[in-house]
Design a protein around this ligand. Structure first.
Ligand code: AMP
Ligand code: ZN
Length: 496
């Protein structure tokens, strides 16, 4: 069976055929770097990490582009409001580019702690102002852009007369226009549904650039069209992002691409579904976000303790990337147990000393071959990680039976045993990017040990023995564990 993906654009599962044989161009909308990503954002980036890993596992050479949004993203999705980086800069008394740097670095640290593979190209919006201006100029030439007082807008109605605005999201422009009519801040647009390609900057706006229309900054949707075209071409294989970006962001991207070069960009659109916490979408604005590192160290009132990064990833993988996932303590505890069982199976399998059957293929070998084939079939079926995990549990049961003697060594051949081990290994480590974190998983031993060290450091500080307290902090830091002094005299720790 070959790979099938659910294409949001066609609203059906399609056979995946790359444009260039053996090569895949993959574009994923990256983070807006004005604050720490929360666990919901993490789910989306981990889902695409799994997709990238599986495509690589299948033998494709993947060019994986994931951008950093460091300009143009305003607080209001319709292109109004204030710049997110600038408003955060005011709150933290920093320069906007200091905000960009601070949160880009922490985003990378988190992606690393969760063992995701970096994209092969990570372009920034501020590094591609020229390309964005060029795309606007082409849109002018093609009649889809108009300028009003230093700002440039995309003429959605005119575009829709020739193409289909709504092709991805299924939205109808008359209904959209009716819904937007009474909203503020759109007086200068021809139609309420038009979106900004370039916004005139007020003098106090720090992030601004020269353009043929005066000083300003690009509209948020434009960067992804300009950068995907630059690095992957006018038509490329896969475009991904969270479901909440389908409209307006991705719809506007398609309109910009089609309006400038007659191609809508990606052939396949993949959308990951939302992570909910106790039934509500996790989001910064709703105030229910949990940060990835809070999960790891357990420093959050809604958590009972810390969980290893792989536990959270395993929980994500237990449901399909396009289904909503509601997380709660029970789900985390179950994921922890499940992952532990699989990792124990890996450890046991690697230390099994068996006098195996040497006279040919056994029935058990055939069973293992079928399970290995089923793993691939499940992954080929739109990356069904949940079902793949079910098959891996079957393999772990075989390992336990071999160890416990319920299955005799002569029931398996060396080839069968190798396939069993390599299947567990390939899917758990290469495709899912999990780690064998049994040491952390079992009773959270690392946190217990850290509390002992934190206690020693508190005692040293109380006795004004700063040599010892600094030694504890510095030596932990050298091993990749950061201690942080909290305001109330408490200390917390994070993996850096
Ligand atoms: P942002 O940094 O806000 O642009 O978001 C980065 C990515 O995270 C986007 O692809 C969003 O669609 C995705 N995202 C935001 N909230 C959630 C959530 N609760 N669950 C899953 N993905 C999310
Ligand atoms: Zn994007």
């Amino acid at each position: 069976m070959s790979l099938k993906v659910y294409n949001t654009l066609s609203r059906q599962k399609e056979e995946f055929k790359s444009i260039i044989p053996n090569h895949v161009g993959l574009y994923v909308c990256g983070p807006t770097v004005y604050s720490e990503p929360h666990v919901g954002n993490l789910r989306t980036f981990c889902s695409f990490d799994m997709i990238y890993r599986y495509l690589t596992f299948l033998g494709y050479k993947v060019r994986y582009v994931r951008n950093i949004t460091d300009a143009g993203h305003l607080t209001n999705e319709r292109g109004e409001g204030v710049n997110r980086m600038e408003s955060q800069a005011m709150l933290e008394s920093l320069e906007p580019m200091e905000i960009v740097q601070k949160y880009t670095v922490s985003f990378h640290r988190i992606m690393d702690a969760f063992n995701t593979i970096p994209p092969t190209i990570e372009p920034t919006a501020t590094g591609h102002i020229v390309e964005q201006i060029e795309m606007i100029e082409t849109l002018f030439k093609n009649g889809f852009a108009y300028e009003v007082d230093g700002s440039v807008y995309f003429d959605v109605k005119k575009y829709n007369d020739q193409h289909n605005y709504g092709v991805l999201s299924g939205r109808n422009i008359d209904e959209l226009m009716a819904g937007y009519r009474d909203l503020d801040g759109q007086e200068e647009k021809r139609n309420s549904i038009d979106f900004a390609l370039w916004k005139k900057a007020s003098p106090e706006h720090i992030m601004q650039w020269n353009s043929p229309w005066g000083k300003g900054f690009p509209g948020w949707h434009l960067e992804c069209s300009a950068m995907s075209t630059k690095y992957l071409g006018e038509t490329f294989d896969i475009h991904g992002g969270g479901m909440d970006l389908k409209f307006p962001h991705h719809e506007c991207e398609i309109a910009q691409n089609t309006g400038s070069c007659k191609h809508g960009g990606a052939k396949y659109w993949l959308h990951t579904n939302m992570l909910n916490f106790n039934g509500q979408k996790m989001s910064k604005s709703l105030g229910n976000s949990i940060l990835p590192m809070e999960f790891v160290n357990g420093n959050h009132p809604l958590l009972d303790k810390g969980y290893a990064p792989s536990v959270l990833k395993f929980l994500f993988l237990q449901s399909h990337y396009s289904s909503e996932l509601d997380i709660n303590i029970k789900g985390l505890q179950d994921a922890e147990k499940g992952l532990k069982r699989l990792m124990e199976a890996v450890d046991i399998a690697s230390s099994l000393q068996l006098t195996v059957n040497s006279s040919g293929k056994t029935e058990l070998d055939i069973k293992i071959e079928n399970i290995a084939a089923a793993c691939k079939e499940c992954m080929d079926d739109d990356f069904n990680t949940a079902k793949t995990i079910g098959n891996l549990f079957e393999l772990s049961s075989i390992v336990n039976s071999l160890k416990g003697g319920q299955i005799k060594p002569e029931e398996i051949s060396a080839v069968g045993l190798d396939l069993l081990k390599s299947t567990l290994h390939s899917y758990l480590f290469d495709v899912f990017g999990l780690k064998n974190e049994n040491a952390i998983i079992s009773n959270n031993k690392l946190d217990n040990a850290m509390q002992v060290l934190i206690g020693l450091r508190k005692d040293a500080k109380a006795k004004k023995d700063f040599v010892t307290s600094d030694k504890i902090r510095n030596e932990l830091s050298a091993t990749g564990i950061q201690l942080k002094d909290e305001k109330d005299g408490e200390m917390s720790w994070t993996l850096s």
